[in-house]
Design a protein around this ligand. Structure first.
Ligand SMILES: [Zn+2]
Length: 295
């Protein structure tokens, strides 16, 4: 089954929600970056969070970047999503191994760390992107996203994200939801949501039991007669191209390019988001350097 993103609103108009399934995109990230389980879970959660937040943008060319730096052994985690919710990302140290927190429970919070920040960069096509940053709460990602919305955007939010890694280290299931109260929502709506969230239990358990993204969100919005607004397939999508890599090469500067030509006689650049490798021969580099010098 393809990964997907669904969006719903309750009939009373007080709660809007989104849910995601991301087994394939998380598995793709694992294969690209060869991550071990705790890194797979942390990166998968961050990718899905970026996807949910990217799809909230109204600008077609917009993007959302999440950067989590918690001081833990994983280092910095970065995820970027386009406005359709297609994410890409990487983690600095994907080979971290930690003892389980409880039987079957990966210790994502310790791996990420709690001493640092979640930074959200929204590129909405304006000259300056919007940048918001909050101190990490637990390093478990979903709680940190909730804190971001409460502090930076003043929107009461409930978020859950889960990745279940199989015995062979592949991704068994992944998914989550993000629901938000709209202005004027009465207090009993909060009680209703809290009851529904508690009844649903852990996301990975619900997914293992066979729920899809729509099923997940229906349970979270239970009692509010949710209406389906949108359902889209999403995928791990890198936007690298030879053109972009060439621009990055030129921006290194003439001296560095000259060094590459002299010392390595060419260049081999691997995209940080995917497994694509770009080769540049000595002649190509020389031509780029010449053009750069002309300008
Ligand atoms: Zn790429």
């Amino acid at each position: 089954m393809a990964d997907e993103l669904v969006r719903m609103i309750t009939k009373d108009g007080y709660v809007k929600g989104m849910a995601i399934t991301g087994r394939k995109l998380t598995e793709r990230a694992r294969q690209i970056h060869k991550t071990l389980p705790v890194a797979t879970a942390a990166l998968g959660r961050t990718l899905m969070a970026a996807s949910l937040m990217g799809s909230m943008l109204k600008e077609r060319e917009g993007s959302v970047t999440l950067r989590i730096k918690g001081g833990g052994p994983l280092g910095v985690i970065t995820a970027v999503a386009d406005s359709e919710g297609n994410p890409r990302g990487y983690v600095q140290n994907g080979h971290v191994e930690l003892p389980l927190k409880a039987p079957g429970k990966l210790d994502v919070g310790t791996a990420v760390g709690r001493d640092g920040f979640l930074t959200v960069i929204k590129d909405m096509g304006l000259r300056e992107p919007y940048v918001g940053s909050v101190a990490l709460v637990s390093g478990e990602i979903a709680e940190d996203i909730t804190a971001y919305f409460a502090q930076s955007e003043q929107i009461p939010t409930a978020c859950a994200l889960g990745v279940l890694v199989d015995r062979d280290q592949s991704v068994a299931c992944a998914g989550g939801y993000l629901v938000q109260l709209l202005p004027g929502a009465p207090a009993e709506i909060v009680d209703r949501l809290e009851t529904a969230v508690a009844a649903l239990g852990p996301v990975t358990t619900a997914l293992s039991d066979g729920l899809d993204a729509a099923g997940l969100l229906q349970k979270v919005l239970a009692g509010g007669e949710p209406e389906l607004l949108e359902r889209t397939a999403i995928t791990y999508r890198c936007q690298c191209s030879r053109e972009r890599v060439t621009r990055a090469l030129i921006s290194m500067g003439k001296k560095e390019m000259g060094d590459l030509i002299r010392e390595q006689g060419g260049a081999e650049l691997t995209c940080q988001f995917c497994d694509r490798v770009y080769h540049f021969t000595k002649e190509e580099l020389e031509r780029l350097l010449q053009n750069a010098t002309k300008e």
